[in-house]
Design a protein around this ligand. Structure first.
Ligand code: NAD
Length: 473
């Protein structure tokens, strides 16, 4: 992979003025490249460039904006192999994960290409004779985008594409565990001819520059995807200057298996939902709550499948479980499993650690007070929890501070929909696992999993504002 050791500000590749940082391959432990992170002066330059570029960009026609997205689509497709390589080397992404993410990047450009023509206002009647009331929809201005490392290209584009398509400019701060993914996207934007200043990447440590970015007076909205802990901090800093936020945060998602469910299908779905990208997905299946007789049947069927999962080098196309992102996550994961087992959970499948690779763990007889049931573990473990009745199962699923995505497995689809409506999450998938995203369909969490809704018209409205213009004859 190329060394992405410069920041991208105002259409230029510039050396950062902040501290020296390293991008590390989580599987080999090799330093891919070192770079200097952004400091306050780089951030000021990025916002100044974004502000100037946005003033011109918002005046371009629908056709001009769409033309640019068409060029971007071509370059994004051309770069799919480079995106895959970067996701593997920088993020430890296995073949199914990196293939999905690279293909989705182009699909997202194709979807958000229609946004320039969908920014619509309203004509409203007036109490005053002869007066015309226009409600205009306008871009926000400069949007600050802050992204995590786990699905870095997809999650960056999920904010950046609708932001630019609606006439905004962007200052992006990627995770310090995934700077190359963001800078590779900058290279793609650059090659497609995106005007200088419209998209800027200031890589750097969250603790070093995060507060400064969120507090920056030139930023009209902070679109944050990441942990609930950092999301709370961002909301309080942005709130202090009455700056709007969109927050896509953590999850503690559950698959609820009713007694009439197809157990084989539930086990197949759960295998993907719990262990895809080694369990490092916000919507991943963290808990499985099975009712009555479904519990033991599911434990048996699922354990056999989990044992067969291959962990190791993400280059190996047979490997489903690659490395965790870094040593700190490995330690956090091991502590979480240790605490849960010490509290009485039964180990159905025992994983082992080799560097940053952890082969899958499966725990049963987990109760709601145990660590892995209460927290987002973000690693290759799944906790199976018994429930005597459907009511108890619903109560267990809802007994968490999070509310991102859940699922219900049942052969009775109408009843499953009734159960889904009782679950306190922004998304519920029936007869599926909990990971799912379609860019034209609403996305978002309840409780501490987020604020606001993404994708489709929801993000279009979030990334624009409205203005009343009245005309008196
Ligand atoms: P994180 O919250 O640690 O970091 C996210 C981003 O915030 C990074 O760019 C980081 O550098 C930055 N940051 C850190 N401190 C900051 C500060 N004080 N001010 C501003 N920015 C700061 O999360 P992570 O470990 O990168 O990602 C994993 C988390 O993200 C999990 O909790 C996961 O559930 C969540 N996530 C949520 C979604 C969603 O759509 N709901 C999607 C992916 C990941």
């Amino acid at each position: 992979m190329k060394a992405y050791d410069k920041l991208y500000i105002n259409g230029q590749w510039v050396e950062g003025s902040g501290r020296e940082m390293a991008d590390v391959d989580p599987y080999t432990g090799k330093i891919l490249f070192t770079y200097k992170g952004a400091d306050k002066s780089d951030i000021d330059a990025a916002y100044a460039a974004a502000k100037a570029a946005q003033k011109k960009w918002c005046k371009t026609t629908v056709a001009e904006k769409t033309d640019l997205f068409e060029k971007l689509l071509g370059v994004m497709r051309e770069y799919a192999p480079a995106i895959e390589e970067c996701l593997m080397e920088e993020g430890g992404s296995t073949a199914p994960k990196r293939g999905y993410e690279a293909a989705t990047c182009a699909q997202m450009v194709r979807y958000f290409m229609q946004f320039p023509s969908r920014v619509e206002g309203k004509l409203q009647p007036s109490d005053a004779p002869g007066q015309i009331n226009l409600v205009m929809r306008k871009p926000r201005g400069v949007i600050t985008v802050i992204t995590p490392w786990n699905v870095p290209c997809l999650l960056t584009l999920k904010s950046v594409l609708p932001a630019i398509a609606c006439g905004n400019a962007v200052v992006l701060k990627p995770s310090s565990d995934a700077p190359a993914s963001a800078l590779l996207l900058a290279e793609i934007f650059d090659k497609a001819g995106v005007p200088a200043g419209l998209f800027n990447v200031v890589a750097g440590g969250g603790a070093d520059i995060g507060d400064y970015l969120v507090g920056h007076p030139s930023s009209e909205l902070v679109a944050f995807t990441g942990s609930t802990e950092i999301g709370k901090r961002i909301a309080s800093i942005a709130g202090g200057r009455i700056c709007d936020v969109s927050l896509e945060l953590g999850g503690n998602n559950a698959m609820l298996i009713l007694e009439d469910a197809d157990i084989e299908a539930a086990a197949d779905k759960a295998l993907f939902g719990a262990y895809f990208h080694q369990g490092q997905i916000c919507m991943g299946v963290n808990r499985i709550v099975a009712v009555g007789s479904a519990y033991q049947k599911f434990c048996d069927a699922f354990a056999a499948k989990v044992r067969a999962l291959k962990a190791g080098d993400p280059k190996d196309p047979e490997v489903f479980i690659g490395p965790l992102i870094n040593g700190a996550q490995v330690k956090k994961f091991e502590d979480a499993v240790k605490q849960t087992v010490a509290a009485g959970a039964k180990v159905l499948v025992e994983g082992s650690t080799d560097g940053n690779v952890i082969s899958p763990w499966l725990l049963a007889d987990v109760t709601r007070d145990m660590y892995s049931a209460r927290n987002e573990v973000f690693g290759p473990v799944c906790s199976i929890m018994p429930a005597s009745t459907e009511e108890e199962a619903i109560d267990i699923v809802n007994d968490t501070d999070y509310g991102l995505s859940n699922s219900v497995m049942s052969r009775d689809l109408f009843h499953a929909a009734e159960v889904a409506a009782c679950l306190e999450s922004g998304m519920v998938h029936i007869n599926d696992q909990t990971i799912g995203e379609e860019f034209h369909v609403m996305f978002g969490g309840e409780k501490q999993s987020g604020l606001g809704r993404f994708n489709g018209n929801w993000v279009l409205e979030k990334f624009t504002t409205e203005q009343w213009i009245s005309i008196v004859k």
